[in-house]
Design a protein around this ligand. Structure first.
Ligand SMILES: C[S@@+](CC[C@H](N)C(=O)[O-])C[C@H]1O[C@@H](n2cnc3c(N)ncnc32)[C@H](O)[C@@H]1O
Length: 185
């Protein structure tokens, strides 16, 4: 079934995105909300993933967009700031997605090691990615799985280049080499 591409005006989670922007101004933190949530929702609706892993919950906006892919999509999302985790859990419950989205409190590297492989879609939206974290996400993905990585531009030049190489190594772009696809935003 074709995915429906919706414009920002019809974003059901737009209020959560606004709250995140407001929160960042007062908290002075790194909770820069992902701007193209509807692009993520469209991708998730196309893939209809059973399991999604997200790094960088902030207040839960992009996790809800990812969870909207299908009624049975389950999202694990990781966040180290306890205030963000508490607000995200509240926001997610308010849009009735608490049974679809699990917010894990902790550092990416620590929590990732506690998760069982078998994800269909992975989204990195922490601050700048590292090769270690990207490699671990590729390991957690199923054959045919898709990794979407934001914020490579925020890494130092050498670290950014290493991440680019890592994504290329693990994905041919047409899934031939590893049967997994890595996309850089
Ligand atoms: C860019 S924001 C995420 C925005 C969110 N995806 C959205 O669209 O609203 C990045 C978040 O990742 C968290 N974060 C950054 N590095 C982390 C790490 N190593 N472990 C866990 N959380 C981290 C920050 O606290 C911040 O809330």
């Amino acid at each position: 079934m074709a995915a429906t591409i919706r414009g920002p005006a019809s974003d059901p989670y737009a209020a959560m995105q606004m709250k995140t922007r407001e929160h960042r101004r007062t908290h002075g933190c790194e909770a820069y909300t992902f701007e193209d949530g509807q692009g993520l929702a469209a991708l998730s609706a196309k893939i209809r993933p059973a399991r999604v892993i997200e790094l960088g919950t902030a207040l839960g906006y992009s996790a809800c967009c990812l969870a909207s892919g299908s009624p049975y999509t389950l999202v694990d999302t990781i966040e180290r700031d306890p205030i963000h985790v508490q607000l995200a859990r509240q926001n997610i419950a308010e849009v009735n997605l608490a049974s679809n989205v699990t917010v894990h409190l902790g550092d990416f590297a620590t929590v990732l090691r506690t998760l069982t492989p078998g994800y269909d879609l992975a989204f990195f939206d922490g601050f700048a990615p590292s090769t270690e974290v990207l490699q671990f996400l590729m390991y957690l993905l199923n054959t045919g799985g898709v990794l979407v990585c934001a914020n490579i531009g925020l890494a130092t030049q050498s670290r950014g280049k290493a991440c680019e190489r890592c994504l290329k190594t693990h994905s041919s772009g047409n899934r031939c080499r590893s049967s997994k696809l890595a996309l850089r935003l």
